[in-house]
Ligand binder design. Structure first.
Ligand code: R5P
Length: 311
C-alpha cells in the first residue's frame, strides 16, 4: 500500500489538524513564500514521491489567495512525483457560479474545476456543493459528501414533536426532504428568487408552518439575506420558533450576530467546513473532520465512499 501524505493550506489549519488526528497520520509541513511582486510559492516539505497525497484547503476568504495556494500545492505535489493528488475542499466557494444566468458572465465553478485538474489534481473530496450539477464540472472523480448525518444527529437530541424542516428555496428542497426523512419530519420550501447578491425575494412558503417549530436548512449562510427574508415569511405565517442550520457557516457582514439577535431564532447550527472566529451562545459548530477523515481513509484503501455517505 502506498504511503499517505497529508498537507494543509493556510485557510483552515484547525480542520486539517483535526482530520490528521482522526486519520492518525502526521500533518506534513508546507512552506508558503510571498515574493516582493506579490506572487506566491509553495514548497511541500515532505517527500511526495509515489505517495498518495491529500492537499486540504477550504475556499474561504481570502478565496483567491487560498485558491492559488491550493493550485500551487497540487502543482508541487505532481512535480514531486506523487502517485495521486487529491484535493480536499470542504467548502468549494465557486460552486455558486454554476450557470449563465446573465449575459457575458463567467462560470467560475467550471473554470476553477478545470484549473484544479490542470494544476495536477487527480480527484476531489468536497462537501455539500451549492448545486449537485457542479459535481459534473470536474473531469476527475469527485467524492461529494454532505453533512446531513451530522446535522440530523444534532437535532435528534431535541423535542421534534411539533417540528417542520423548511428549505429557503426549491433548489435545496430535495436535500431538506432527505434531512427531514432522517428525522421523520414533514418538509416545506420557500419560493425564492435571487435578485442580487444582497437581495432575495421569497414570495410564499409551500407547506404548513403555522404554530410549528421550524428548522431552516440551507447549504450555506453567507450574508444571511436568504434566511432573513425567510424569517419574515415564517413570522407572517405564525411559526412558533426557528432553528437555523446549514453546512457552510460563512456569516459575512456580521450575519451571525444579526441572526442571533432575533428573539425567535432559538439556535444556529453549522459545520466547521469554514473557519469561524466568532462565537455565540446560540451557535453550535459540528465537526466534519471525522467524516472527511473517514472518506480519505476509504479513498486511500480503495473502499466505497458512497456507501458511507449515501445521499
Ligand atoms: C443560495 O441559493 C444558497 O442556497 C444560499 O441560500 C445562499 O448562498 C445564502 O447566501 P446569503 O446568506 O447571502 O443569502
Amino acid at each position: 500500500m502506498r504511503e499517505i501524505a497529508v498537507f494543509g493550506g493556510s485557510s483552515h489549519p484547525e480542520l486539517t489538524a483535526e482530520i490528521c488526528a482522526h486519520l492518525q497520520v502526521p500533518q506534513r509541513p508546507v512552506l508558503l513564500k510571498r515574493f516582493a511582486n506579490d506572487c506566491l510559492e509553495v514548497q511541500l516539505q515532505s517527500n511526495c514521491r509515489e505517495r498518495d497525497v491529500y492537499v486540504i484547503q477550504s475556499l474561504v476568504r481570502p478565496v483567491q489567495e487560498n485558491l492559488v495556494e491550493l493550485l500551487l500545492m497540487a502543482d508541487a505535489a505532481r512535480g514531486a512525483s506523487a502517485a495521486r493528488v487529491s484535493a480536499v475542499i470542504p467548502h468549494y466557494a465557486y460552486a455558486r457560479s454554476d450557470k449563465k444566468d446573465a449575459p457575458r458572465i463567467s462560470i467560475g465553478g467550471r473554470l476553477v474545476a478545470d484549473l484544479l485538474v490542470t494544476a495536477g489534481v487527480d480527484r476531489v473530496l468536497t462537501l455539500n456543493l451549492h448545486s449537485p450539477q457542479v459535481h459534473g464540472f470536474f473531469s476527475v472523480p469527485v467524492d461529494h459528501l454532505h453533512a446531513l448525518r451530522e446535522l440530523a444527529a444534532h437535532f435528534r437530541q431535541r423535542d421534534l414533536s411539533n417540528t417542520v424542516v423548511v428549505s429557503p428555496d426549491l433548489g435545496y428542497a430535495k436535500s431538506a426532504a432527505a434531512f427531514a426523512r432522517r428525522l421523520g419530519l414533514p418538509v416545506a420550501a420557500g419560493a425564492k428568487e435571487r435578485i442580487s447578491d444582497t437581495e432575495v425575494r421569497i414570495t410564499a412558503i409551500i407547506g404548513d408552518v403555522a404554530g410549528r417549530d421550524v428548522i431552516v436548512l440551507d447549504d450555506e449562510i453567507s450574508r444571511g439575506t436568504t434566511v432573513f427574508e425567510l424569517l419574515d415569511r415564517l413570522r407572517e405565517q405564525g411559526a412558533r420558533s426557528v432553528a437555523v442550520a446549514c453546512t457552510h457557516g460563512l456569516f459575512a457582514d456580521n450575519a451571525l450576530d444579526k441572526l442571533a439577535a432575533a428573539d425567535d431564532v432559538t439556535e444556529i447550527v453549522c459545520t466547521n467546513s469554514a473557519p469561524l472566529a466568532a462565537e455565540h451562545s446560540k451557535l453550535t459548530i459540528l465537526s466534519v473532520a471525522p467524516a472527511l477523515a473517514e472518506a480519505i481513509s476509504r479513498i486511500h484503501n480503495g473502499e466505497s465512499v458512497s456507501s458511507l455517505f449515501d445521499h
